[in-house]
Design a protein around this ligand. Structure first.
Ligand code: APR
Ligand code: PHB
Length: 393
């Protein structure tokens, strides 16, 4: 039977943005309903990023769900960068007095789902055909189908946290929206394996054969990436070929201790920079991948979703507590100011570290000079460190 429900904030998407927003709102006494297109099992199995800025960790603390993160997360004081076999370290702690925490987005999602389902409010899994209504009015609503039955949800506000392919962004009036996009002529092959990481910290490596990255999820689980052609097929990359390539591209002195093992996940993904402006219209507010995408090179995607959520949550709290809508009105500008800086950093790191140019070109010499400058300059390393650990909210 069709149902009509009502809540304060209707949230579309149970990714990190939607789940964190729902949890923070609840902590501050604001009710919400989350509509998610996929099943719980699908959402909890999705392998994504793994590096949290201190600001993101603080939001998990404010949300009261940082217990496992503090127990199992790995605090990293810096990263390593290898350029053509020469390895150097950027020491975040020393340069900017901050750290990052390695903790899988998958784990963060599980923690937030568990908290939500322990009494915060509903997550409607497998909600089909989610549609937004009357976002220009003071009484917006959502409709969706569940097992073939139509449902509606009346709310005060809609938070579009439904990722790049969701229903929210297309609901903004096209005439008032503008998007900015950059695609890159390469992708990343990712491999996850239950083997110890090859180093204590992440290694970003620039190499004549292409970029590679050694990351991790825990002391016993490693995550590696290699730059590949856009049309690469994962079937052409048996595990042994990926490990061989990683050995070549990560080679340095001292050598990383790469332990091989069977992949538990393997995928190819293109890289993209994308921003849609504005991030709000009427009663609809976009957060996270629904509004912007960064290439993964600076580990900013998840952290940007978290900072959007922080701004949106603060604005909604002001609305419900004091009736002051200044923060809501400024949401898009406030969030975008930080988004653009993270877009710039992710683009810069991508262009710096990937193989992009013919070795004999002028651009290749510029790239080499910039890497050499980074290796030897405290000022350049400080700029990298300041952005990598996350600009202030
Ligand atoms: N209706 C309901 N739910 C939807 C719809 C829809 N039409 N379209 C997508 N969704 C759901 C997706 O299934 C997903 O669970 O919205 C969620 C969006 O989650 P993410 O794509 O993870 O986006 P976000 O929460 O903004 O997280 C930020 O940071 O590491 C990066 O891209 C990575 O996932 C990451 C992101
Ligand atoms: C990851 O561990 O998945 C990861 C880490 C750092 C990045 C990108 C991805 O820059």
């Amino acid at each position: 039977m069709a149902t009509q429900q009502r809540t304060q904030v209707g949230i579309i998407g149970a990714g990190p943005a939607g789940l964190l927003l729902a949890r923070l709102l609840k902590v501050h006494g604001i009710e919400s309903v989350i509509l998610e297109a996929r099943s719980r099992a699908y959402v909890e199995a999705r392998i994504r990023a793994g590096v949290l800025e201190q600001g993101t960790v603080s939001l998990m603390e404010e949300a009261g769900v940082a217990g496992r993160l503090h127990r199992d997360g790995l605090v990293h004081d810096g990263v390593e960068i290898t350029v053509a076999g020469r390895r150097f370290r950027v020491d975040f702690c020393e340069l900017v007095g901050k750290t990052v925490t390695v903790y899988g987005q998958t784990e963060m999602t599980k923690d937030l789902i568990a908290a939500r389902l322990a009494g915060d409010g509903p997550i409607v899994w497998e909600a089909a055909d989610v549609a937004l209504h009357d976002i220009d009015s003071g009484r917006p609503g959502l409709s969706y189908r569940l097992a073939g039955v139509e449902h509606t949800l009346a709310c005060d506000f809609i938070a579009g946290c439904d990722g790049f392919h969701g229903a929210s962004r297309p609901s903004l009036p096209a005439a008032k929206s503008r998007s900015f996009e950059r695609t890159y002529p390469f992708g990343w092959i990712g491999i996850l394996a239950d083997v110890p990481p090859c180093s204590d910290e992440l290694i970003y490596a620039s190499h004549a054969r292409g970029f590679s990255l050694a990351s991790m999820r825990s002391p016993t689980r490693s995550r590696y990436y290699i730059q590949c052609a856009l049309d690469e097929r994962i079937e052409d990359w048996p595990d042994a070929r990926i490990w061989d390539e990683l050995e070549l591209r990560l080679a340095s002195n001292p050598p990383p201790r790469i332990t091989r093992g069977p992949s538990i996940e393997k995928s190819v993904a293109p890289l993209r920079s994308f921003v849609s402006t504005p991030m709000q219209h009427g009663r609809l507010f976009l957060a996270g991948d629904a509004a912007h995408i960064v290439p993964p090179t600076g580990a900013k995607g998840l952290n940007l979703a978290a900072s959007d959520v922080h701004y949106l949550c603060r604005a909604l709290i002001a609305h419900y507590r004091t009736g002051n809508d200044d923060l809501l009105g400024a949401y898009s500008d406030t969030a975008l100011a930080r988004v653009w800086k993270a877009e710039r950093f992710s683009w810069w790191m991508t262009m710096l570290l990937h193989k992009l140019y013919d070795e004999t070109s002028f651009e290749a010499q510029m790239q080499r000079a910039e890497l050499d400058y980074l290796a030897g300059s405290r000022a350049a390393q400080t700029a990298l460190a300041e952005n990598y650990v996350g600009l202030p909210f």
